[in-house]
Write a protein that binds this ligand. Structure first.
Ligand code: SF4
Length: 216
């Protein structure tokens, strides 16, 4: 386990990743956050319950973005970013402002989500997201409710989340994001062909995630 200071913002490949929370309504059988003790390639992502304020995220981003070139900024981390929707939207709008001012070379803004945002907030959050981020990656993970429940082990209240996830994906496609990706983890028991077919029929791009891709 890493004993270093928890990272609010960290680098991975060409991206700068934002770690808003460690909370999540799911407990996926394939989640690497417990297996890797909340460490991601040497970055300690364990916020220890101290979720960053919007200002802390913006300050951390300014430092990290100045360090080296990047192509995208991604809301991801070891938790579900839409649980902190206000901070997510505020930060994304700040990023869009910086982009409009050409403060940094061109970059995209992406959200990685488990697709439960509408269920979490009891409303359709897709229009708010569309006004803030360019690309969205929804971890749909399964083609049937039974398979979904078995793989993601939802918390009480989220047992029927399968339909909410696919409705969310559909709403994102309809909203016209620059890119909408439906992802599924390979080798953990999901019928990946069926997930791909369903995602493509809906108009999303499909991405088969390898078991330990983590934040890709
Ligand atoms: S949705 Fe993501 S963060 Fe949540 S348990 Fe599953 S893999 Fe982990």
């Amino acid at each position: 386990m890493s004993a270093s200071t928890p990272k609010i913002v960290y680098r991975f490949k060409d991206g700068v990743y934002i770690n808003l929370t460690n909370r999540c309504p799911n407990l996926c059988t394939f989640c690497i956050k417990t297996k890797w003790h909340l460490d991601f390639h040497g970055n300690n992502l364990n916020l220890e319950g101290q979720e960053p304020s919007a200002q802390a995220v913006v300050n951390a981003l300014e430092k990290k973005l100045a360090q080296s070139p990047f192509k995208e900024v991604v809301f991801c981390g070891y938790g579900e970013p839409t649980l902190r929707l206000d901070v997510l939207l505020f930060t994304a709008h700040v990023l869009r402002g910086w982009r409009a001012q050409a403060k940094y070379p061109p970059f995209t803004i992406r959200l990685n989500t488990n697709g439960l945002g509408n269920l979490i907030h009891h409303r359709n959050i897709v229009p708010d997201l569309h006004a803030a981020v360019d690309e969205i990656n929804v971890s749909v993970n399964a083609a049937t409710p039974e398979e979904w429940r078995k793989l993601v082990c939802p918390a009480p209240g989220y047992e029927d989340g399968f339909w909410a996830v696919w409705d969310f994906l559909h709403d994102c496609v309809e909203a016209g994001f620059e890119k909408v990706v439906a992802s599924c983890v390979d080798g953990v028991g999901a019928d990946t062909d069926a997930v791909e077919k369903k995602a493509l029929q809906m108009g999303a791009t499909f991405y088969l995630r390898s078991f330990l891709d983590g934040n890709d």
